[in-house]
Design a protein around this ligand. Structure first.
Ligand SMILES: Nc1ncnc2c1ncn2[C@@H]1O[C@H](COP(=O)(O)OP(=O)(O)OP(=O)(O)O)[C@@H](O)[C@H]1O
Ligand SMILES: [Mg+2]
Length: 261
């Protein structure tokens, strides 16, 4: 078995003109980690995920998945290497039903060996789609086109599709954004039940510090493209730079708990 970290970035950088959106970020994520990525708006969190998942080419640095460079690989190739993601705004097909989205993800999960050539609606895939619908509590809306589905459930569909790819590394970009505060924890409970059962390694971007605190084993904090902290949740949340740059004005309950931890 490989001793390399599941994901490693070394000096990862991208510039957009004069803006250095991600600046020399070096991080290692090991198997079984559940890492929260926090930072204010515009800190570079989504841009970092975009580079790791092959949607954006870095201008500097390296990305290693299981010890091998991923530079130049497409998002599709990286899925085949065990990486899956969800989006800050879910990328779904408005006219397709919830079930059809899952069938599509399951076809992709069948891999390059003709996964998409087998009938999309085969009985075997339908049975697997039923299983996923059940696991994510989406049975009642399985036949509904996604443009008629509320935002919280759209986020869940996007995450269910990513998990259907059976990734080694799952990256979630703000799984609870646009979801009402009452729905946030139930949504995360469903998602984390599946994550725990599968043992997948997770990196997720999240603004809600109560959500972060509840699920992560480690926190990375970004400010203005740079990583300003990486460590145990209590330590990062007590860090003076993080407290002033990231946590100010957020979830007083989470801060109080961090102080008490
Ligand atoms: N394609 C692009 N072209 C130019 N600038 C970009 C591009 N994508 C991102 N940026 C800039 O890079 C910086 C980081 O943006 P990014 O979307 O990664 O932030 P974020 O931490 O995900 O913020 P949020 O919490 O609001 O989602 C911002 O200054 C943003 O304007
Ligand atoms: Mg973002």
């Amino acid at each position: 078995m490989s001793t390399a970290s599941l994901l490693e970035t070394r000096g990862l950088t991208v510039r957009f003109g004069a803006v250095v959106a991600v600046n020399k970020v070096s991080v290692r994520i090991d198997r079984g980690d559940v890492v929260g990525l926090i930072g204010t708006n515009g800190a570079g969190k989504t841009t970092f995920l975009n580079m790791v998942t092959g949607y954006l080419r870095p201008t500097g640095g390296e990305i290693l998945l299981d010890g091998s460079s991923t530079l130049g690989r497409s998002p599709r190739e990286l899925v085949a290497h065990g990486m899956a993601r969800s989006f800050q705004v879910p990328q779904l097909f408005p006219e397709m039903t919830v079930r059809e989205h899952l069938l599509f993800a399951l076809a992709l999960a069948d891999g390059s060996a003709g996964g998409l050539l087998k009938p999309l609606h085969s009985a075997q895939r339908q049975a697997r789609a039923d299983e996923v619908l059940g696991r994510f509590g989406l049975q009642a809306i399985g036949e509904r086109p996604v443009n008629l589905v509320p935002q919280g459930q759209r986020k869940l569909i996007d995450i269910a599709m990513a998990l259907s790819l059976k990734p080694k590394l799952l990256l979630l970009d703000e799984p609870t954004s646009g979801v009402s505060s009452a729905e946030k924890m139930p949504l995360m409970e469903v998602v984390f039940d599946v994550i725990r059962a599968s043992g997948v390694t997770v990196l997720f971007v999240e603004h809600d510090m109560d959500v972060v605190r509840r699920y992560v084993t480690r926190i990375l904090a970004f400010r203005d493209g740079s990583m300003i902290a990486d460590g145990a949740p209590g330590d990062v949340m007590r860090d003076a730079q993080v407290a002033s740059a990231v946590l100010r004005g957020k979830a007083p309950a989470a801060l109080a708990k961090a102080g008490a931890a």
